[in-house]
Design a protein around this ligand. Structure first.
Ligand SMILES: Nc1ncnc2c1ncn2[C@@H]1O[C@H](COP(=O)(O)OP(=O)(O)OP(=O)(O)O)[C@@H](O)[C@H]1O
Ligand SMILES: [Zn+2]
Length: 466
């Protein structure tokens, strides 16, 4: 089946057809690094990592680019506040970002370009836009003229007149038209700056992504993604700059994730209603946070609450427990199971359903329900008298592959606990052999406390989580 993607540009689900057979060029707008990220900021990281994982599962080679805006007014202000160098601030928050998202199971990007390492390409891009008549210099700044670009407003579905009526020129701005936006900002005295044909300064936010996408992915890319708030003006402006300059479609599919809200209001730094990802990571298993984020379709809002996290934890526990119980049962399988064909068929249907949900604009919420159905079937299977190793392996393999697509890591603390359980059982067996019943009972009680059920069978002690 072909993957279909909801494209913000056309407001329709479209079949995904890559530019190059078997390859995907994907650009995700990354953070402005002046603070630790809140879980709202972590949502695009997790959502688009899942898109990437699924495309890789489908056999695509994904060139995944996520940039860092490492120079910007907010970073400069923060550096001034802290009495630090701009680079000290941006380096610290880039490291923190990478640490946080990697805990959430986000794979390393193919490229993580930084604005300050792309300065020459950005300056050349701006120069070319001036040459082509789309931009002009004004007192050390350079502005882009949206009115010169036919099609401005197509992503956010607004007409240029509508947009112009809402725009104002702020005091101190040197632009000709309220809609014009800065490509280059002349530096104030003593501010961090780069040399350019228009004097010392630094780039505007929008031009960075146009230049970085071109450098790492070429003039036309497959998927461009980011949070919903980036649609306008950021992505609209990226389209205008790139298409004006390159004379080609900039991106074929535009994807935008919905917000994480608190009390139905967007979580944001400016409102102060945020939960830092690193603080949440101290209180919850990263798998649970990820599972919670994916339990809602990526375009829908999530209203953050501890209850939702708790319910994600319970659901994920059920899945992992079933996976582990399958593992323990493997060695004691009788292999007398006569219904192998029936079970193989059942598992295959669930696999197809999972893929169909993911093919349908990466519907992780419905894909997770299929994972729950698989879990239920696994439990039904384990309740039977006879099991076969091959069906157990098929259940495990399928579960593992679903979890891998979702980016949930099975190598969690629970795996370690398994070893502890096995060694406690071993110790209990030894204790019984040497008639040390006090110790044997102690271990049995300890396991019981941890909700581990022991069954004495002809094949030896079998255990499972209750
Ligand atoms: N509450 C949220 N829910 C989902 N995505 C969000 C949320 N807030 C920001 N994002 C996304 O996080 C990414 C990083 O954005 P950026 O670093 O610019 O954050 P920001 O806009 O400074 O955050 P804030 O809105 O808190 O000021 C962007 O793709 C943005 O759309
Ligand atoms: Zn961008």
């Amino acid at each position: 089946m072909v993957v279909s993607i909801y494209n913000t540009l056309t407001r329709e689900k479209e079949e995904f057809r890559p530019i190059e057979e078997g390859k995907v060029r994907m650009y995700v707008c990354g953070p402005t690094v002046y603070n630790y990220i809140h879980i709202g900021n972590a949502r695009p990281a997790v959502v688009f990592d899942t898109v990437r994982r699924y495309l890789e599962y489908k056999g695509y080679d994904v060139n995944y680019v996520l940039n860092f805006t490492d120079v910007d007014d907010k970073i400069i202000n923060r550096a001034n506040e802290l009495g630090e160098d701009v680079f000290a601030v941006s380096d610290r928050y880039i490291d923190a970002y990478l640490e946080d998202v990697s805990k959430l199971g986000v794979k390393k990007a193919t490229h993580n370009p930084r604005v300050t390492n792309t300065m020459q390409e950005i300056i050349a891009f701006i120069g070319s836009l001036i040459e082509k008549g789309y931009a002009y210099e004004a007192g050390g700044d350079v502005y882009f003229k949206p009115r010169a670009f036919e099609g401005y407003g197509k992503l956010s579905h607004q007409s240029i007149d509508e947009l112009r009526s809402g725009a104002r020129i702020q005091i101190g701005e040197k632009k000709e038209d309220p809609l014009d936006f800065a490509l280059w900002k002349g530096a104030k005295e003593g501010e961090i700056s780069w040399d350019s044909p228009w004097g010392k300064g630094r780039p505007g936010w929008h031009i960075e992504c146009s230049a970085m996408a071109k450098k790492y992915l070429g003039e036309t890319i497959d998927i461009h993604a980011g949070g919903q708030d980036l649609t306008f003006p950021h992505h609209e402006n990226e389209i205008a700059q790139s298409e004006a300059n390159n004379g080609k479609t900039f991106a074929n599919y535009w994807m935008h994730n919905g917000y994480i809200n608190i009390n139905n209001e967007k979580m944001s730094k400016s409102l102060g209603n945020f939960v830092l990802t690193r603080e949440l990571l101290e209180q919850h298993d990263p798998n649970v946070i990820r599972f919670f984020m994916l339990s809602v379709h990526y375009r829908n809002p999530i209203n953050f609450s501890e209850d939702l996290l708790e319910s994600a934890k319970n659901s994920l526990d059920r899945v992992i427990t079933a996976y582990q119980n399958l593992g323990h049962r493997k060695s004691s399988s009788t292999n007398l199971d006569k219904d192998q064909h029936h079970w193989t068929e059942k598992i295959n249907i669930l696999k197809q359903r999972f893929e169909a949900e993911m093919d349908d604009d990466f519907n992780t919420a419905n894909a997770i329900s299929v994972l729950f159905d698989l879990t239920k079937e696994a439990n039904v299977y384990l309740n039977g008298t006879h099991t076969s190793e091959s069906i157990i392996a098929l259940f495990q393999e399928t579960m593992k592959s679903f979890l891998e697509i979702l980016g949930v890591n099975l190598q969690s603390e629970k795996e370690l606990l398994d070893e502890e359980i096995e060694s406690l059982i071993e110790e209990r067996n030894e204790a019984r052999k040497s008639r040390n019943f006090t110790r044997a009972d102690e271990i049995r009680d300890l396991l019981k406390e941890k909700n581990i059920i022991l069954e004495d069978t002809a094949q030896g002690v079998r255990w499972k989580r209750g």
